[in-house]
Write a protein that binds this ligand. Sequence first.
Ligand code: SF4
Ligand code: SF4
Length: 194
Amino acid sequence: MEITIIGSNCPLDELKKNVEDVIHEIGLECKLNIIHKMKEVLKVEEKQILLTPALVVDDIILCQGNIWTKDHIKEFLTRKCLPTKSNANVDKKYSMWKGIPREEIDWHPIIDETKCVGCGMCITTCGRNVFDFDIENKKAIVSRPIQCMVGCTSCEVWCIYDAISFPDKQIVKDFIKKNKILVKSKKELEEKLR
Ligand code: SF4
Ligand code: SF4
């Protein structure tokens, strides 16, 4: 796994500290790149990085123009490292998206435990059974991340405590382009209109 942090001064330092703390905490083996120079940042622009500080894991832009908290980073990296565990109890009807295994797309809600008050709104309203309730801690947890509809962010809107966030939506747009999803979509549309 390759983790790249782009930016300068304090925002970069804060993001770097969050990433390093999480790497240390979960014992992750990875290559960590720090990019300071604007010239080098421009080279990454083909990945649509327009704002700094930015955090990129492999070819996924997690944040740009804001600083992900340790909780966000930890949840993402843990799930990325433990795909088998995170895919447990997944309803098979959600295992593919546009003909592609759903686990290949890093898109799911991330809960900031410090903000979640356990109101249950996300758990009871998501139509895809993505969440469970942690009775002991009285908080929502993301138990079946790959059941989340790719590109949906509804639960982020429903959570009035702003405890839910998502990776940068550019991830989904890039995935659609890279995997020629629009060709499949066109065929699906033609079949539907027959
Ligand atoms: S809607 Fe927000 S505060 Fe309520 S349970 Fe879900 S994450 Fe927690
Ligand atoms: S984004 Fe949509 S599908 Fe995904 S967990 Fe939230 S409400 Fe459910």
